[in-house]
Design a binder for this molecule. Structure first.
Ligand SMILES: [Zn+2]
Length: 79
């Protein structure tokens, strides 16, 4: 069976979905969606370093195809 893969919006690597952190939008705000229960478009990052890279590259609004409110410390809560 082929595992579904997603592309990290930070480094651009294609990885198994289970190894990536899912991000979603609630209202206008980007939130973590570790259980993949949020509706709508998702974005994926490998880890915090890739999140920061995505912020620098302005890849987050591009991934969601809209303007979103971003808390840069969003991933600080994860170990
Ligand atoms: Zn990455």
């Amino acid at each position: 069976m082929v595992h579904p893969t997603r592309r990290c919006i930070g480094c651009g690597a294609l990885r198994p979905k289970a190894e990536l952190l899912r991000l979603a939008v609630a209202g206008d705000e980007v939130v973590q969606d570790p259980r993949a229960i949020m509706p709508g478009r998702g974005a994926y990052v490998c880890d915090r370093a890739c999140w920061e890279q995505a912020l620098r590259r302005r890849a987050v609004p591009r991934a969601f195809r809209r303007n979103v409110s971003i808390d840069p410390s969003l991933l600080d809560l994860t170990s």
